[in-house]
Design a protein around this ligand. Structure first.
Ligand SMILES: Cc1cc2nc3c(=O)[nH]c(=O)nc-3n(C[C@H](O)[C@H](O)[C@H](O)COP(=O)(O)OP(=O)(O)OC[C@H]3O[C@@H](n4cnc5c(N)ncnc54)[C@H](O)[C@@H]3O)c2cc1C
Length: 434
């Protein structure tokens, strides 16, 4: 590999890297897509929901060929009590025309997406770890790899190596993420016959359901998820690392607890765990986003903390940032200017897009999660809401006015009194409104 020069080297064949490589290769640039895994997706996990719009902007009508699982027609939110659930949700036939999002499995999806970049002309190199950046003065000019004679040179390096971004740290734009800027997620893929999935979730054909689970995380800030695939269920939970440390609980214990919950258990009955995996999720939000480009480099996706954890959107921000990086590099290539100023088109695109706007809107979320006792939002409140629902629906001779008082009292107590409830409401409102 020594002494070869490319227009661009992309490190990481996740959604961000493959989007960048595809965009640049399609425009005729010479591109290397470097991935440490045996193949793209070999080591990657997500929930996971893949959104239409942002991938369609890269590959029109991709759903005709991409390995997707189920077309999500219903999204549910479950507040879990100890043996109960209060459910919210939205099901809509309009989610099919065209589909809003699909469930997917990274091991298939990432291979397909990286394959598209290869078909467009990118040179994919697997089982190769980028170990550091090669610099000349203040410019990045290439990547050192763990292969013998493995230095690669390029006009620009696209850093898309995910949440632990080794290269982001090498650039000096990342520190180690603080334990309250990342959550640790564990996930199982549980095989279940197709007929059982259709039956249990009231689905037909290719339809799918997603369920987000609040509660039963031992009072730690975190969410569970349960998504339907063709012939399996993806079940997982992500919990803030700072809370796991404080409570000294292992994430798999939280997952086991969720699996044992009566409402979850019945959906999984007869299933067989086929895969178990764990991964970090960036949750620092807006204030953790580093500089996005410099002389000879750009950074995208999780490596740049571009995750909207409030809406469990990550792949779409990764793909969009990868596309924007690719487009900006094509412009830089045409001008022959790969300096920070020459690559600023990437910054401008991100700033004008939903990526920046959405993360800015939720910029207070991280502080809310850091400052409010997590047992309130992730334990006491879901319990109180369940208890309120139970009492309101139980016909036991107690007057409705008394029941309403009991329900409100329970919710107030969960937050430590009326003033705290008001404060929490105000803080919550501020946190989700920029
Ligand atoms: C449990 C879980 C559930 C999630 N659910 C959803 C969901 O439902 N919907 C959604 O949109 N998002 C979800 N996300 C977030 C989403 O998965 C990420 O935001 C997205 O994958 C980021 O893409 P990326 O390309 O930036 O990084 P990654 O997907 O992490 O890809 C980085 C790639 O770089 C490679 N790599 C790393 N270091 C090196 C190196 N030094 N050299 C070579 N290669 C390297 C890795 O092997 C990997 O292939 C979830 C995440 C998790 C963990």
């Amino acid at each position: 590999m020594a002494n070869e020069h490319f227009d661009a080297i992309v490190v990481g064949a996740g959604p961000a890297g493959s989007a960048a490589a595809y965009t640049m290769a399609k425009a005729g640039l010479s591109v290397v897509l470097m991935e440490r895994g045996e193949f793209a997706g070999a080591k990657n996990i997500f929930g996971g929901v893949i959104y239409r719009k942002q991938l369609e902007d890269i590959i029109p009508e991709f759903w005709k060929e991409a390995p997707l699982e189920r077309e999500v027609i219903e999204q549910r939110l479950w507040l879990l009590g100890e043996q109960s659930v209060v459910t919210f949700g939205h099901r809509n036939e309009a989610f099919k025309q065209p589909s809003n999002c699909w469930t997917g499995l990274r091991v298939k999806f990432d291979q397909w997406f990286a394959g598209k970049a290869e078909q467009a002309g990118a040179l994919a190199i697997y089982e190769t770890v980028a170990t550091e950046l090669i610099r000349e003065g203040d410019r990045v000019v290439g990547v050192r790899t763990d292969r013998e004679d493995g230095d690669l040179y390029a006009s620009v390096v696209v850093v898309a190596d995910g949440v632990n971004s080794l290269l982001g740290k090498a650039l000096g734009i990342h520190r180690e993420w603080a334990p309250d800027e990342v959550s640790l997620a564990v996930k199982e893929v549980i095989a279940l016959p197709k007929e059982k999935i259709l039956d249990r979730f009231n689905l037909e054909g290719n339809e799918g359901v997603t369920i987000e689970l609040v509660g039963q995380t031992h009072g730690m800030a975190g969410l569970g998820f349960l998504y339907t695939n063709q012939e399996s269920i993806s079940l997982g939970v992500g919990v803030m690392v700072s809370d796991l440390k404080k409570k000294n609980i292992k994430p798999y214990q939280v997952l086991e607890g969720l699996k044992a919950h009566p409402m979850v258990k019945r959906l999984l009955q007869g299933g067989e765990t086929k895969e178990y995996s764990g991964h970090l999720i960036p949750e620092g939000g807006y204030h953790s986003i580093p500089s996005l480009c410099g002389n000879g480099w750009v950074i995208c996706g999780d490596a740049a903390q571009l995750v909207n954890f409030v809406h469990r959107e990550g792949t779409n921000l990764a793909m969009t940032s990868g596309r924007f990086a690719g487009e900006a590099i094509v412009e830089a290539h045409q001008r022959g200017d790969y300096s920070k100023a020459g690559l600023a088109g990437y910054d401008r695109r991100i700033a004008a897009s939903f990526v920046h706007k959405d993360l800015k809107k939720y910029q207070g979320m991280h502080a809310l999660l850091r400052d409010v006792d997590p047992t309130i939002m992730f334990d006491k409140l879901p319990y109180a809401v369940n208890e309120a629902a139970y009492q309101m629906l139980l016909v036991d001779g107690v007057s409705k006015a008394e029941k309403q008082r009991m329900a409100l009292r329970g919710i107030k107590n969960a937050t430590g009194g009326s003033m705290n409830l008001l404060k929490l409401g105000y803080k919550g409102w501020r946190a989700i409104n920029g």
